[in-house]
Design a binder for this molecule. Sequence first.
Ligand SMILES: Cc1cc2nc3c(=O)[nH]c(=O)nc-3n(C[C@H](O)[C@H](O)[C@H](O)COP(=O)(O)O)c2cc1C
Length: 173
Amino acid sequence: MVAKIEMNPVRGIRTFPSFPVVMAVVGTEEKNIITLALVHVFSFNPPMIGIGVMPSRYSHELLHRSPDFSVNIPCKELVEETLFCGERSGKDVDKFEETGLTAVPGKRIGSPIIDECIVNLECRKVQVFDTGDHTWFIGEVVCAQTVDNFDRERALLYWAGEFRTLGELIRGR
Ligand SMILES: Cc1cc2nc3c(=O)[nH]c(=O)nc-3n(C[C@H](O)[C@H](O)[C@H](O)COP(=O)(O)O)c2cc1C
């Protein structure tokens, strides 16, 4: 048997090797950006994405009020903007103004997308539920856009306080 050390379960779940990191945008007039690592595909067909947001976030209230949100995947060049939107609250600052990121109207939803991101997924809210300390907002992806030269190696990942990009390929198809 492999020797193992038992750890506190709360610390144990922090061993998950890497998360995607996205900037979600919610709201129309009162639009806000929030950086999220709790983001996952909940269904491939129909395409559904869930974002996990703590009730203490300003975006939580906006997400409850809004029928939709966008999920935007930043490239490595946007690391500072991504961090800023994950450290400051829309209660206090206009994150579009402060970061210089560009809000472009969604094609199918009221919430805008972020022009500079390499992927934009427009989501219509279809389910909301609470799990422990987060609320999951599940959205059906009703419009998806990516840059022409989409290169997944430029997409940001996040783990334990560190931003990364994809590493070594261990086995191809
Ligand atoms: C890399 C990173 C990932 C984060 N992931 C989440 C997350 O998944 N859920 C969450 O509620 N907050 C997450 N946060 C924290 C929020 O982004 C942060 O509290 C933000 O200031 C909330 O903004 P708001 O008050 O404008 O909604 C993350 C922050 C960073 C830097």
